[in-house]
Design a protein around this ligand. Structure first.
Ligand SMILES: O=c1[nH]cnc2c1ncn2[C@@H]1O[C@H](COP(=O)(O)OP(=O)(O)O)[C@@H](O)[C@H]1O
Length: 198
């Protein structure tokens, strides 16, 4: 995805038919554990390693037959995460925002976030290897390291130095900030440190 522009859901839905719509979701849960007994993990946030070697969120293109953005997202989640995803019941209230870009093709990326319990999130992780797309479009779910280790590089900054699909990197940073999953100053430092390594 080239340079992307933020727009509201209403603006996104009024774009001409030449635009394709995709929906992706950040799934997260409180995670009380400590890494090496010291570093607080705080939250479990899911992304996935895709068939093209890029990191992205679960989701995909919405098709006209889906009827709505949320129905399209739910279908994609069942394909990528397995039947357990049916219990997620994503709704308009879970909408975080949209970004659009003209290149390489006209695409509107709608983004959602859903807070789960750690048990629900673990159940999805356990069920994902039995999903239709597992080993095909989706190579595995990963948890995003939200911490930054003492060297200022390992953890979230290194994770952010990976390559991401579409505007997934911007979506991740925005969601971590808006949902207050990482303190803002820490997030800014991690972003800056990762850019030095890109
Ligand atoms: O996590 C993401 N956030 C934003 N855009 C993404 C993400 N993952 C993929 N994309 C983009 O969304 C579009 C749909 O891709 P995806 O591979 O998810 O759909 P599909 O599963 O229906 O084929 C592509 O243009 C892709 O680059």
């Amino acid at each position: 995805m080239g340079e992307s522009r933020v727009l509201s859901r209403a603006e996104a839905l009024q774009l001409e038919p030449g635009w394709r719509h995709a929906c992706h979701v950040l799934l997260c849960a409180p995670c009380p554990g400590r890494l090496r007994g010291r570093v607080p993990l705080r939250h479990a946030v899911l992304m996935q390693m895709r068939f093209d070697g890029l990191l992205g969120f679960p989701g995909g293109f919405v098709e006209p037959r889906d009827g709505s953005l949320e129905a399209g997202l739910s279908r994609e989640l069942r394909e990528e995460l397995g039947p357990g995803a049916a219990a997620l019941s994503l709704a308009e209230g879970d909408y975080l925002g949209a970004r659009c870009a003209e290149t390489p093709r006209r695409l509107v990326a709608h983004f959602y976030a859903k807070r789960l319990s750690l048990e629900q999130l673990r159940a999805l992780e356990n069920g994902a290897p039995r999903a239709e797309e597992h080993g095909l479009e989706v190579l595995g779910l990963v948890r995003v390291p939200l911490h930054t280790l003492r060297d200022g590089v390992r953890g979230l900054p290194t994770f952010l130095s990976n390559r991401f699909a579409g505007c997934a990197r911007e979506q991740l940073l925005e969601a971590l900030r808006v949902l207050r999953l990482v303190p803002e100053a820490e997030l800014r430092r991690a972003d800056a440190a990762s850019r030095k390594r890109l």
